[in-house]
Design a protein around this ligand. Structure first.
Ligand SMILES: Cc1cc2nc3c(=O)[nH]c(=O)nc-3n(C[C@H](O)[C@H](O)[C@H](O)COP(=O)(O)O)c2cc1C
Ligand code: SF4
Ligand code: SF4
Length: 484
């Protein structure tokens, strides 16, 4: 038996892949949750081509089982073959060809990088934060949190702002806007004083930028009173936002730090400062204990990002888009939200959109996999919309907000039992171990190595379903809880 996700996550996603264009692209589509494109590509390949691809694989351990993957990927359903819907979505009154932007970071620090990304299909860029400070970085400046076979689930960086002379960065932005007039070119800036914020914002406007992002959120500045020190102080957020608001006519978008207790009040400060939108989140303050003493034995607090932070980012987005005080103030009429944090696939992006974002930004996933992830961000979302019969992306904006409720509003009277599919079960016993040691001792593991749910003990927590490696545990019917 082959587990698609596991096999696909073994693929090295090679550059100029020896297994060939179609096979590599199909596997990449599967890796980024776009089974529609994978099926189309696999279906276009003959058995011989598949066999060749598998033989050419350079995996250091054993070749990826491409023939098996092809067998297991469903053919596209007939209604997914027509023309795909447009992903156009307005953000802060800017028409954007799709909602996917590069986040201000290491992935957009010069003209050539951004140009390549725009050519690949990204709709715009929040360019690396421009400043007038002397930026001196450390080496190395990155670390990662690994989990079992996954190269990294979380990423820590100790990088500050653009090291280019600020005039040079504005010149780059100007050239980008001239050469890519339909793309959205947004400057990210950080001043040290009121005058500097205004000067940099005006330079962004003069360079032809479509908007300016205010970096109130870098958690690892060498000097105090900058970055997230501003984002943690609602008065400063409001003052700096309003200084810039009064100085320029382009949209002003403060970028918020997650290193606060909640996001509602900082968002209100942006609103009263006259912001046109909000970007959230920047990285989360963290420590990783790299054991590589040869590299450095000194550690510090710095920013954490990547897939692991997505649930925290979503919670903070909801604290803005689901906030009744902000709604009363008219947030949705006056401010658009750009969601950031752990976005790798179209599904991740969709979650941000369904919680009310009109734009999403990506950083760590591009650092890990390259600009090419835009292919499956775009196609995956388009196929999903097509399957649901949705023709405009704006229909998805905020559609899940109604389903986020208070803990007190959750159903506590009924339960759903797990249901074991004996065909899919391989008898590993992981479900019984987790249930015994972290659940309710409700799974018997018999001599035939098949688990059995003990209905009288099971509380329907579904830990077993989450740990099962083969997807053999499903969901039975919802029913009233037993009497205690
Ligand atoms: C190496 C690195 C450099 C970054 N530099 C900046 C920056 O200059 N300005 C900024 O606003 N955010 C910066 N960020 C934060 C990202 O833009 C983004 O908010 C954060 O990484 C979360 O998104 P992600 O999980 O997609 O990476 C940086 C992040 C990383 C990893
Ligand atoms: S050569 Fe092997 S590891 Fe590399 S992309 Fe192709 S299938 Fe993946
Ligand atoms: S974890 Fe899944 S595969 Fe393993 S014994 Fe339980 S049901 Fe079977």
């Amino acid at each position: 038996m082959l587990h698609i996700n596991e096999e696909v996550s073994r693929c090295l996603l090679c550059a100029d892949a020896p297994c060939g264009k179609n096979a590599a692209r199909a596997i990449r589509a599967l890796r980024f949750e776009n089974h529609w494109t994978a099926a189309e590509l696999f279906n276009s390949m003959t058995d011989d081509e598949i066999a060749h691809a598998e033989k050419a694989c350079i995996h250091y351990d054993r070749p990826i089982r491409i023939a098996e993957l092809k067998k297991q990927v469903e053919s596209p359903k007939p209604d997914t073959t027509g023309s795909l819907p447009s992903l156009e979505l307005n953000f802060c009154d800017m028409v954007c060809e799709n909602p996917f932007f590069l986040a201000s970071s290491a992935i957009c620090t010069n003209y050539e990088m951004v140009a390549r990304a725009l050519e690949a299909g990204w709709a715009g860029v929040f360019y690396k934060t421009i400043c007038k400070q002397d930026i001196r970085e450390v080496s190395p400046r990155f670390d990662a949190v690994r989990k079992e076979g996954t190269p990294f689930v979380g990423f820590r960086n100790m990088e500050q702002l653009s090291e280019n002379p600020y005039q040079m960065d504005f010149d780059i932005l100007h050239r980008l806007k001239v050469n890519y007039p339909t793309k959205r070119i947004i400057a990210s800036i950080m001043g040290q004083t009121e005058e500097e914020w205004i000067e940099l914002a005006k330079m962004a406007e003069e360079a032809g930028c479509d908007a300016v992002e205010l970096n109130f959120s870098c958690p690892q500045m060498r000097l105090t009173g900058l970055g997230s020190d501003i984002g943690q102080n609602n008065e400063l957020i409001m003052f700096y936002t309003s200084y810039v608001r009064d100085a320029v006519n382009i949209p002003v978008i403060p970028k918020m730090t997650p290193n606060v207790q909640e996001m509602g009040m900082p968002a209100l400060a942006c609103f009263y400062g006259g912001a046109s939108g909000i970007s959230a989140i920047n990285t989360i303050k963290s420590i990783t204990m790299s054991h590589d003493a040869e590299v450095s034995n000194k550690k510090t607090i710095s920013g954490y990002s990547g897939k692991a932070v997505k649930p925290i980012a979503l919670r903070m987005i909801y604290e803005m888009t689901g906030n009744t005080i902000l709604h009363k103030a008219g947030i949705e009429k006056h401010m658009d939200i750009s969601g950031i944090g752990g976005i790798e696939t179209w599904r991740d992006a969709l979650e941000f959109i369904q919680l009310g974002c009109r734009n999403v930004q990506v950083c760590t996933a591009v650092m890990q996999y390259g600009y090419r992830i835009i292919d499956d961000l775009i196609l995956g979302l388009q196929h999903y919309m097509q399957e649901r019969g949705i023709v405009e992306l704006k229909k998805l904006v905020g559609e899940e907000l109604k389903n986020i409720v208070l803990p007190s509003d959750l159903d506590r009277e009924t339960m759903v039992l797990p249901k074991i599919d004996r065909e899919k079960c391989i008898g590993c016993g992981r479900c019984s171990i987790s249930c015994a040691d972290g659940g309710h001792q409700a799974i018997a593991f018999d001599e035939d190595r098949k688990p059995r749910i003990i209905g009288q003990k099971c509380v329907g927590c579904h830990l077993c379903r989450l740990v099962c490696p083969t997807g053999a545990i499903g969901i039975a019917k919802r029913m009233p809880k037993r009497d205690k």
